[in-house]
Every structure is written in structure tokens, then in C-alpha cells.
Write a protein that binds this ligand. Structure first.
Ligand code: GDP
Ligand code: GDP
Length: 437
């Protein structure tokens, strides 16, 4: 089941990023338990009334130069209409309805997806009165809000959360076949990798089995294992019109992530890891997906004795604090380590399924806690008495303690490191919770 995606569209300066940040903060306040996250302005995960959804702020992609932005916005709105489940169309009460707003409204009225008109910057009563002019745009769902103060944003979220079906919450992850999403920026070699793998024809169980609207799934049999590759590259090829647009590949990558168990993040060795890659990396971690990094085009790199070691070290610094991730250097063109990449992704899949027996877990972790106790708080010793792995899709552990709220991040990191030292969770984000005993 794909995730649920909400896109915020509208012209620059109406307050899209402000709303976006507010939505993510809500989430932050509720859950922030995954290691290795960096905030990203452009897209993230929001949580409201127990529903989780992707939020995309299209504003981050807009060129600010006057002559191109109108065209860009129209493109983005069209893509958002195709790709998102719900659209928030944001306008600004202080400027009233502009020509561009009217243009965008024309596009959006043709949308088969629900559109919520959000009239922003309605900070006070007078503005509430001025805002009524926006009824003339003809949208049924209209909200007046102030992203800055947060007034009205809760009601908008209530409406949107109500549209998310309960079953969209669950993913079909557990039909038993590992799903690996091949993700990376344009030109890193995703299609070449797919083709190289597909070249081994005997391994394909069925050709391009399910071509959904969003991604291409190809089912394989390799290393005595069935698995599915989720490709975002092929579709982009077909949709040439969108090819130049970063936004398009990002929105596709997010969807592929939702469907996948493991993300195989492809980098171009010569270019290294960029901000966009880091965003995908942290989003995958946040979604509890397994991760493997494949540094492609290694054939182009001038190699000395320590090149790979130094490269790997620098890369790990960039992805910190979630560094327990396999990094593989290879070349699709020279067919170097491409099967290794897939094999490693399958290992990470297994790590993500790993369930540690409670007795073994307590045995090891209570010793680790004994060896290095949590700091004393207000004169009271913090005692952790028991730990158990929760029955979740992705590894999560509950530590039961007398003062669960007083255990700080450094100690949590210590526990995570100990878990990783003793059990193989390579490539897998771990969640740790403290509960009252
Ligand atoms: P974007 O370009 O659509 O992403 O717009 P931004 O979120 O960057 O906001 C543009 C400007 O509007 C910033 O100076 C914000 O502080 C301001 N702004 C955003 N929301 C509100 C609001 O609810 N009320 C007021 N008065 N200003 C706001
Ligand atoms: P995609 O946009 O990520 O699907 O990237 P492509 O698979 O289309 O590859 C982009 C370009 O990189 C093509 O010209 C490929 O031939 C080239 N390429 C892919 N893998 C390698 C590699 O391992 N080494 C070198 N030198 N070039 C590669």
C-alpha cells in the first residue's frame, strides 16, 4: 500500500514553508526516535490524529526569478495533481487574489483529487473579513488560517487526516517478498543497474510484473531468494516532459520508499553525497526503512591505496549519526559488485526482521547497563530493570525504568550502540523507548 501524500502548492511567499514547518513540528513533538535524522525543508512526515502522511512543500523547488516561476509553478501544480493524494492550495490574504492564484485555481479545479484552499496570514479579525473574497475561487473546502500563529491549522489537518483510510496506515510490507527501492538522483546509474540485473535473464521470475502508476516493480529470483526491485528511473524516462524536474524525481522517490523495505541509495562516486541524497537518507531512516549505499561509477575514480577507506570515512561523517549502514563501491558499467549490492540489501532486509529473544536481550543489555549506568537525576539513581523488543515491523525496543522521562539522548545512544554491537542491525534504524516500570 503506498503512503498518503499531501502537497502544498501556491505561489512564492504565501507561507507554504511556514505551514510545512509547522506540520513537521507537530510530528517532532510526538515522535522523534529515529537516529540519523536531519530536518528537511521540502518534504517530511507529519502525524495527526494517529494518521501518518507525507507532506511535500513545493515551494522549495521554485525558482525565484520572475520570468520562469510562473511556468515552474504550473508544472509543479500539474505534477502534484498527478502524484499527491490531496492538495493544499495556499493563498495570501494580504495580497488578495492575484492573476497567478487565479491561474493555479483554474488548474486545480480540474483535479480529481481533493483540493483544500488555505487562505493564509489570516492573523486577526479584520483579515478574516477580507478573506471572504477567496470564496470566489470556487473551492468547496476552504480554510482560513495563520501558519505563523497556528490558528486554523489544526482544523485543516483534521479534515485531511479524516481522508486517510485506516488501511493506508498499514503497508503491505509483510507479504513476505523483500522489496528494494533503487533510489538516487538523475544520472547516478539507476537504469543501468536495473538493466544490468535484468540482463541476467534467468533470474527474472516475471518481466516488469506490476507496472503501477507510480513505480515499476520487477520480481527476481537470485541467491535462492525472491525479491522485488522498485524502480523509479524507468518511469521518469517515459515521462520525458518531467525529466528536468527535481520535484518529480523526489516525489517518486518518496513513494518508492513507502512501498519498500530497503532503500538502495545510489550515489555517483565523482559527485559524492549531496543535500538531496541526505534528505532521502534521513527520510528513509525516519520511515524505518533499511538502507544500503551503493557508490557507483567507482571506475571513474583515480584510486590510491586509501581512496576507498577515506571516501567511506567522509561519507559516514555526512550520514552521521546513523552510520551503521553498509557502503559498497562498485561500477555498473564494469559489472563490479552489483550483485553484492542486492545481496547486501537482502541481508539488511533480514536484519530488519530480526527479533531478539527477550532472555538473550536482557542478559546482554542489563550487563551493558550495569557496566555503564545512567547518570543520577536529582539525587535519585535511574534503574533500568527490563528490556523487550516490541512486535513492530521495524526494530523497536522498550526499556522499563523507574524514571523513564529522565533518560537523556547520550544514554539512549549508548544503548543503541550496545544493541548494534551485540546483534546485527546493520542498515536498520532502531527505535528506543523508555517506559515506566
Ligand atoms: P513560501 O514561499 O510560500 O514558502 O512562503 P514562506 O513560508 O517562506 O513565507 C513567506 C513570508 O510570509 C515569510 O516572511 C513568513 O514569515 C510570512 N508568513 C507566513 N505565514 C504567515 C502568517 O500566517 N501570517 C503572517 N503575517 N505572515 C506569514
Ligand atoms: P539514472 O538516471 O540514474 O537511471 O542513470 P543512468 O543509468 O541513465 O546512467 C547515467 C549515465 O551514467 C549513463 O551514461 C551511464 O552509461 C553512466 N553510468 C552508469 N553507471 C556507470 C558506471 O558504473 N561507470 C560509468 N563510468 N558510467 C556509468
Amino acid at each position: 500500500m503506498p503512503g498518503f501524500t499531501v502537497a502544498i502548492v501556491g505561489r512564492p511567499n504565501v507561507g507554504k514553508s511556514t505551514l510545512f514547518n509547522r506540520l513537521l513540528e507537530q510530528r517532532k513533538a510526538i515522535v522523534d526516535d529515529v537516529s540519523g535524522v536531519t530536518r528537511d525543508r521540502q518534504y517530511g512526515i507529519a502525524d495527526w490524529n494517529g494518521k501518518t502522511f507525507n507532506v511535500i512543500d513545493t515551494g522549495g523547488f521554485v525558482s525565484r526569478s520572475e520570468d520562469v516561476f510562473e511556468r515552474e509553478i504550473r508544472k509543479q501544480v500539474k505534477i502534484a495533481m498527478e502524484e499527491a493524494n490531496v492538495l493544499i492550495f495556499m493563498c495570501d490574504v494580504t495580497t488578495g487574489i492575484t492573476d497567478l492564484d487565479a491561474d493555479v485555481a483554474d488548474l486545480l479545479r480540474r483535479s480529481s483529487k481533493p483540493v483544500y484552499l488555505a487562505v493564509n496570514k489570516v492573523d486577526n479579525h479584520e483579515r478574516q473579513l477580507e478573506a471572504t473574497e477567496f470564496y470566489s475561487l470556487g473551492f468547496e473546502n476552504i480554510h482560513f488560517l495563520s501558519s505563523m500563529t497556528g490558528s486554523g491549522t489544526g482544523e485543516l489537518l483534521d479534515d485531511i487526516a479524516a481522508l486517510i483510510p485506516e488501511e493506508e496506515q498499514a503497508t503491505n510490507e509483510n507479504d513476505g517478498i523483500p522489496k528494494i527501492a533503487i533510489i538516487g538522483q538523475p544520472n547516478v546509474g539507476k537504469s543501468s543497474l536495473l538493466n544490468a540485473l535484468i540482463g541476467e535473464e534467468r533470474n527474472i521470475v516475471s518481466d516488469i510484473a506490476g507496472t503501477t502508476r507510480d513505480t515499476i516493480h520487477t520480481r527476481y529470483r537470485l541467491f535462492q531468494k525472491d525479491f522485488m526491485l522498485i524502480d523509479t528511473a524507468g518511469i521518469r524516462r517515459k515521462a520525458k516532459v518531467h525529466e528536468d524536474l527535481e520535484f518529480y524525481s523526489v516525489i517518486r522517490a518518496i513513494k518508492a520508499l513507502d512501498e519498500a523495505d530497503v532503500c538502495l541509495l545510489i550515489l555517483d562516486a565523482e559527485k559524492g553525497i549531496a543535500g538531496q541524497d541526505l534528505s532521502i537518507f534521513s527520510l528513509a531512516a525516519r520511515k524505518g526503512k533499511g538502507l544500503v549505499i551503493f557508490v557507483n561509477k567507482w571506475d571513474l575514480v583515480d584510486k590510491q591505496t586509501n581512496t576507498a577507506r577515506d571516501y567511506e570515512k567522509a561519507l559516514r561523517e555526512r550520514i552521521a549519526p546513523f552510520t551503521d549502514v553498509p557502503i559498497i563501491f562498485g561500477s555498473v558499467i564494469e559489472k563490479q559488485r552489483i550483485f553484492k549490492a542486492v545481496e547486501t540489501a537482502l541481508e539488511v532486509y533480514d536484519n530488519r526482521q530480526r527479533k531478539v529473544q527477550t532472555s538473550v536481550l536482557n542478559d546482554i543489555m542489563l550487563k551493558a547497563i550495569e557496566a555503564h549506568r545512567p547518570p543520577v537525576v536529582r539525587g535519585t539513581a535511574i534503574k533500568i530493570k527490563y528490556v523487550t523488543q516490541l512486535p513492530t515491523h521495524t526494530p523497536a525496543f522498550a526499556f522499563f525504568a523507574n524514571l523513564p522521562d529522565d533518560i537523556k539522548t547520550p544514554y539512549k545512544n549508548y544503548l543503541e550502540n550496545k544493541l548494534r554491537e551485540n546483534f546485527n542491525f546493520q542498515g536498520v534504524p532502531i527505535r528506543i523507548f523508555f517506559r515506566k516500570k
